[in-house]
Write a protein that binds this ligand. Structure first.
Ligand code: GLU
Length: 493
């Protein structure tokens, strides 16, 4: 394939959600696989709902996911009046492209392929209600198609604002050749003369999208299947304007684990929320790639480059995909386990900072992190897993109740504390030998000794391998915490 050009065209009316991120990823992978161009176009024609913050959130989300674009606005470049943009088709904000829509609207009007419609909202509502009563599809009945000049003038004199409607064919069918679904046929009599320019003068999505996809030379339009019903209208527009349409690929719907369309009630839908929760962008890319695409051997884990190499539209399915948070979490753990402790501490830096652990020496941090890397599933868990190495232990009352209650644990802490005061070297193996000998000498089961040690030094019943943990804490801290625990919890006896 030559000259592949694809785009992601979000409406900036909210955050970037999972579905939008999946659409972006598939376009990006397709462009990168074919050494084509990936364009980001902002479809801000809904003037009421489009916001500056949404544009920023979308750019930030894509940057976090590592999905770069070749043309479009630059992230973080807003200077008070607009974004810096790159690419030969700038501007990439639709509200700055009105001249193009006006030009093609005039062309369609003058060729009789579009017409002015003066129907008011009330009239259109009544039309819809009537259709419902008669159990017909609620489509515009075409009453303004054949207005005479005199009728038009009268409407205008009466102060009625006109929208511009595209004249759809009455009969026959429009076939959408879809690269994922094959040919999908729509009966024209069920489609309506849709508005291309609103009464206020702004273009509608279906119109602006066609004009821009043509001018921006899109070879493929890859988008969510909620847009499939728009595609026959768009194909008719391409024909009326004398243009060839791009190839279409409509991606499968994404469902939640309960089989309902993925929505807020299934948990986070905003991509940046996953960042906040501690997911890695690599995980998100890998996981999102599997929502509606697979290889013939059903591979699950992909290196970044491998995804680009193996992705193609042939692997896309039309059946709905299921978003499974349990699998996503598993995958994040898998990605974390592939990291070095240093990489994990770097990736977890914002979370460590939030927990006040940003001043810890990187070496010490990496050592502590290395003890817990196998267990970590989210970056946000890192501070909690290692904080007791660097801050005072926070005692979990349940752990204290279960493990430090009674005379035996208190004696263990006292006697063992004495025994370890001058013990050297304070490293894993010798410590293990010494503490096991202590158990034998005192006639105690290992559990009666190990558990109190763990809770006394860390405040909790679970954590890294005991003797390595002691080694890393160092003798002074271990002895100090034994004493602290004794003072604090002796009354619990
Ligand atoms: N602005 C549309 C949306 O956000 C884009 C649809 C398309 O890709 O054509 O859903």
């Amino acid at each position: 394939m030559t000259n592949i050009r694809v785009r992601f065209a979000p409406s900036p009316t909210g955050f970037l959600h999972i579905g939008g991120a999946r659409t972006t990823l598939f376009n990006w992978l397709f462009a990168r696989h074919h050494k084509g161009t990936f364009v980001l176009r902002i479809e801000d024609t809904d003037e009421v709902r489009s916001t500056h913050d949404s544009v920023d959130a979308i750019l930030d989300s894509l940057s976090w996911l590592g999905l770069d674009w070749d043309e479009g606005p630059a992230p973080g470049s807003f200077d008070g009046s607009g974004w810096k943009e790159k690419g030969p088709h700038s501007p990439y904000f639709q509200m700055k492209r009105l001249e193009f829509y006006n030009k093609y609207k005039d062309q369609l009007l003058s060729e009789g392929k579009a017409y002015r419609c003066y129907c008011t909202k009330e009239e259109l509502d009544a039309m819809r209600r009537q259709a419902q009563l008669e159990k017909r599809p609620p489509r515009y009945d075409g009453r303004c198609r054949t207005l005479t000049d005199a009728q038009r003038k009268a409407n205008e004199a009466a102060g009625r604002a006109a929208s511009i409607r595209f004249r759809m064919p009455d009969d026959g069918a429009t076939v959408v050749p879809d690269l994922i679904r094959g040919d999908v046929s729509f009966e024209n009599k069920l489609l309506q003369d849709f508005v291309i320019v609103k009464t206020g003068g702004g273009p509608t999505y279906n119109f602006a999208c066609v004009v821009d996809d043509h001018i921006m030379e899109m070879s493929h339009v890859i988008r969510g299947d909620e847009h499939l019903p728009n595609t026959p209208s768009q194909i008719q527009l391409y024909r009326a304007l004398g243009w060839e349409h791009p190839q279409f690929a409509h991606l499968s719907m994404i469902l939640g684990p309960d089989g309902a369309k993925l929505s807020k009630r299934h948990g986070a839908t905003s991509v940046l929320e996953y960042k906040t929760q501690g997911f890695l962008p690599e995980t998100m890319r890998n996981y999102l790639a599997l929502l509606g695409w697979s290889t013939t051997d059903s591979q699950q884990l992909f290196e970044a480059k491998e995804l680009v190499d193996r992705f193609d539209l042939e692997g896309c399915q039309k059946n709905p995909a299921t978003f499974d948070p349990v699998k996503l979490l598993w995958m994040n753990g898998t990605y974390i386990r592939k990291m070095t402790p240093q990489q994990l501490s770097d990736a977890a830096a914002p979370f460590l900072k939030e927990a006040g652990l940003d001043a810890v020496a990187p070496d010490a941090l990496s050592k502590a992190v290395s003890l817990e890397i196998e267990k970590t599933k989210l970056l946000s868990e890192v501070p909690k897993l290692v904080d007791f190495f660097f801050k005072d232990a926070v005692y979990d009352p349940k752990a204290v109740d279960k493990v430090l209650k009674g005379p035996v644990p208190m004696q263990v802490l006292q006697k063992l504390g004495d025994a370890l005061k001058d013990f050297s070297p304070f490293t894993e193996k010798p410590l293990e030998e010494r503490i096991r000998k202590f158990c034998a000498d005192e006639n105690l089961k290992p559990g009666q000794v190990f558990h109190p040690i763990r809770v006394a030094v860390s405040g909790r019943t679970e954590g890294p391998t005991l003797f390595l943990m002691l080694e890393l804490l160092g003798r002074d801290k271990v002895i100090e915490r034994f004493e602290l625990a004794r003072k604090q919890f002796a009354t619990a006896a």
